[in-house]
Design a protein around this ligand. Structure first.
Ligand SMILES: [Zn+2]
Ligand SMILES: [Zn+2]
Length: 398
């Protein structure tokens, strides 16, 4: 059999079988979207470790460089994705700079990943070769505990949630999980989601962390038509929180400390933009909101913002800053009686629900495309609050 007829056989059986021990022959292909069956024939995986090109951090400098490494072979429950786009989350920067603790280098960041399935393990039924697939913040968990069975894989009771990069994983040749600023990723099928056809792949990427992280708490508190919702911090996460809340019929008030963003935020369709150059700007909003979500990726005075929520309303923190501190006494003193909570991403089923929600409502992130050699500058721009609102890396340039 020649290569094409082997691929046809593989596709028709919707499964991957090990044909030989050679590694990744012919995996590199033209990047086309959507993938046609003809183009698909170029993809060919024959077992063994997956050679991967990437941009990686080598130290805490925040500078990334090209790197080549190997991922584990495609297992029976895994899929292999040729990555088309990966977007930049502020968490990538915090993590690689060591803001959250010791880092194992080299490490490839990226947990907003989309691409095309180019191989599937023999037990996989969720995906077939050629499918559009996305991977977010996690790539594995036990799938047997109550949390995992209830769609809360990020809170696995057996502490087996495996995050997309930087987590120890002895199956990986580099001993840790490696993220999406790369050409390929191997992931357990359960942890990938389908990208609806009417969402461009590059626009789907930011939904996989920024989107689900804001969607999950917004849905949990059942935002209703006409509710007044405050969003604090209008970056990658915040601008999606605004769009999702508006799509649910809420009246959205956007709080930013960056005056230069005011018009861009207004264009998202909010009721008001409040530039908080001084905390006294919050005073007129005391007790006004049904719900507030804060996406600020750094220290801020959460108690002052919480006081803008109606008594017994909800205030959710999703941004993760370095050494974020919350002074509970300030919350008590603000007399807000707010239900204060924090939220970590969202489960896999809910991530699929979000993608379907965006497909139906037209919610899309506002993105800026970059090539891989612009990543370092983009990171600086994210830190300087210049992003509008999510940088998306074209993986073909890695
Ligand atoms: Zn993220
Ligand atoms: Zn579990």
């Amino acid at each position: 059999m020649d290569k094409d007829s082997i691929m046809n056989a593989l596709i028709s059986r919707r499964r991957f079988s090990k044909l030989s021990a050679t590694v990744g022959a012919g995996m590199v292909s033209a990047h086309t979207d959507p993938i046609t069956p003809t183009a698909q024939m170029k993809y060919y995986y024959t077992g063994g470790n997956v050679k991967t090109k990437a941009y990686a951090a080598f130290d805490e400098s925040g500078e990334l460089r090209p790197w080549e490494f190997e991922r584990r072979p495609v297992g029976d429950n895994d899929i292999l994705i040729e990555i088309k786009y990966a977007s930049i989350c502020h968490s990538d920067i915090h993590q690689e700079k060591g803001d959250w603790g010791k880092v194992t280098y080299p490490q490839v960041p990226g947990h907003e990943i989309v691409g095309i399935v180019i191989a599937v393990g023999k037990n996989v039924t969720k995906f077939k070769i050629g499918d559009r697939a996305g991977v977010g913040c996690m790539v594995d968990s036990c799938l047997e505990c109550d949390s995992c069975k209830n769609g809360l894989e990020q809170h696995c009771d057996n502490d087996q949630t495996l995050f997309t990069y930087g987590n120890p994983d002895n199956r990986e040749p580099t001993s840790i999980t490696q993220g999406g600023y790369s050409s390929h990723i191997v992931v357990r099928d359960h942890f990938a989601v389908h990208i609806p056809e009417n969402i461009k792949l590059q626009e789907a990427a930011p939904l996989l962390c920024a989107g689900i992280t804001t969607y999950s708490p917004l849905m949990k508190y059942k935002i209703n038509k006409g509710d007044k919702v405050g969003v604090v911090g209008i970056g990658g996460l915040g601008h999606l929180a605004v769009k999702i809340a508006i799509a649910k019929g809420a009246k959205v008030y956007a709080f930013t400390t960056t005056a230069e963003k005011e018009q861009d935020i207004r264009n998202l369709g909010v009721e008001e933009v409040i530039v908080v150059d001084d905390l006294s700007k919050l005073q007129p909003y005391k007790g006004k909101f049904d719900y507030m979500i804060a996406t600020v990726p750094e220290q801020f005075d959460a108690a002052q913002y919480a006081a803008t929520v109606k008594p017994f309303g909800y205030f959710t923190v999703v941004g993760m800053g370095k050494n974020f501190m919350l002074d509970i006494s300030n919350i008590v003193m603000s007399q807000s009686r707010v239900n204060f909570n924090a939220s970590l991403i969202g489960g896999i089923a809910e991530t699929q629900e979000l993608l379907d929600f965006c497909s139906q409502t037209g919610v899309r992130p506002q993105i800026q495309m970059i090539s891989a050699n612009q990543i370092n500058q983009a990171w600086k721009d994210v830190v300087a609050k210049k992003a509008r609102f999510r940088y998306v890396i074209d993986a073909a340039t890695i």
